[in-house]
Write a protein that binds this ligand. Structure first.
Ligand SMILES: [Zn+2]
Length: 342
């Protein structure tokens, strides 16, 4: 089985995000939000069958770990109340996708975060996602301010209520910022990669893994700048007398393969052990075009992994078994969902 651990519902029926615009406008005007729009099962089916499911089939992958559109999370918009209503709406839609296509999608939840609001307010939504929806992980935004970095670093006890839940449920968090509202950052071109790199650096300089030895993070987009600068981070850990970087992070931090060219994948696989790499493409997502140098889609990342000089056993880890290990509830959910009729 080929498991893509990083996909977002970027093709959701238009009225879903239309409501979000109305919700934020109503909030700004001091009015209550309009009622949620009707979204039919057929509309959801169409959006998936002609979108992510079609691409899965074309590329020969089997299952996508699926979450709400990341740039659409918009934790910097509105307040804690609007974030809560929006996260519920987005997660419910992911649950509907997973119910309609139980063999192809397993859910991951977005959190109702807001800048400078305690992440403890996300706990009821995590409970709902795991217990009612059968989701297997969460996306955690280390910068809900959207590019202004107003919250404490991930090393701070501020975030510990989330880590306690992750440990309790055996669910990992993918580090994922949302849209940038700071014009200095392009959302997918720099803010995402910056968020990945910042989060890794915060975690490596923390006691989080001493306090929560079992929790796991996935740093997406190939780990931002981390694998390329592994020597810098090793040296920084050494200078700070924190010991070997690999001992500090590799039981708890994993990297996905959303790197859109072969040389980048080669570097990732050379620097990071195969045990710590999870296959992902983030289709249909940030980069949608065809690479004229190869004639294939940039985000068709399976092609790059296929070309890596790794053993079949290592590729099996990257494509499947690492995901089942990192997402501790995944195998159980796959078994349960595949027993359901399509
Ligand atoms: Zn993403």
């Amino acid at each position: 089985m080929i498991i893509d651990c990083h996909g977002h519902y970027t093709t959701a029926p238009r009225q879903h995000e239309g409501w979000r615009t109305q919700q934020i406008e109503a909030h700004a005007a001091g009015k209550p939000p309009p009622p949620r729009p009707t979204i039919t099962d057929d509309e959801i089916r169409d959006s998936i069958a002609n979108g992510q499911l079609k691409v899965q089939r074309e590329r020969g992958t089997d299952l996508t770990i699926f979450s709400p559109r990341a740039a659409g999370m918009g934790h910097h918009l509105g307040d804690a109340t609007t974030s809560d209503a929006w996260a519920r709406a987005c997660n419910e839609l992911i649950h509907r996708v997973c119910s309609l296509f139980p063999r192809n999608f397993v859910g991951v939840g977005m959190l109702p975060q807001s800048a400078c609001v305690s992440p403890a307010n996300c706990l009821p939504e995590i409970d709902r996602c795991v217990n009612q929806y059968g989701f297997v992980g969460i996306n955690l935004n280390p910068d809900p301010s959207g590019g202004h970095w107003q919250d404490p670093p991930l090393s701070d006890r501020y975030w510990y209520p989330i880590y306690e839940k992750m440990a309790e449920y055996d669910i990992p968090a993918m580090i994922h910022v949302s849209a940038a509202c700071n014009p200095a950052y392009h959302t997918t071109g720099s803010h995402y990669l910056n968020g990945d790199t910042v989060a890794f650096n915060q975690l490596m300089n923390s006691s989080v893994f001493k306090d929560f030895p079992t929790i796991k993070f996935i740093i997406p987009h190939g780990g931002g700048a981390v694998p390329y600068h592994w020597g810098r981070f090793r040296g920084l850990a050494q200078d700070a007398k924190r010991g070997l970087l690999s001992d500090l992070v590799l039981k708890n931090i994993f990297f996905d393969t959303c790197v859109y060219h072969l040389p980048g994948q080669e570097l990732l696989a050379k620097v990071i052990p195969a045990d710590n790499i999870l296959f992902a493409s983030e289709m249909i997502g940030a980069v949608r075009g065809v690479d004229p140098e190869t004639g294939h889609y940039y985000d068709d990342t399976k092609r790059y992994i296929d070309q890596l000089p790794l053993s079949a056993a290592d590729k099996a880890k990257i494509f499947e078994s690492n995901a089942r290990r990192v997402y501790g509830r995944l195998s159980g959910v796959i078994e349960k969902q595949s027993a359901r009729p399509d």
